[in-house]
Design a protein. Sequence first.
Length: 119
Amino acid sequence: QVQLVESGGGLVQAGGSLRLSCSASGRTSSIYDMGWFRQAPGKEREFVAGIGWSDGRTYYGDSVKGRFTISRDNAKNTAYLQMDSLKPEDTAVYYCAVQSRMTMKYDYWGQGTQVTVSS
């Protein structure tokens, strides 16, 4: 089991920045990849960014490329999502998730943190 706790959400004006954190605990040795997803009211969950836990490779959803940056600190078992040039359409609940080595699926999810971007 891996437990995830997100933090860093809040209210920001358009054009501003926020940094989200996701701290993992439990069987962190099973982490293959950590990802960020988001879900706005009335919309489907959307992939935002992912990072390989061992090699640090990163990948992004098209809607955030060039504006968001994912990183990780393995010593702290924490991943970060730096969000710059925020837009009102980035408003959503943001979730971090872990892809485990055993299943190669996103099996573990955090509780989510609200990000609201005002125009």
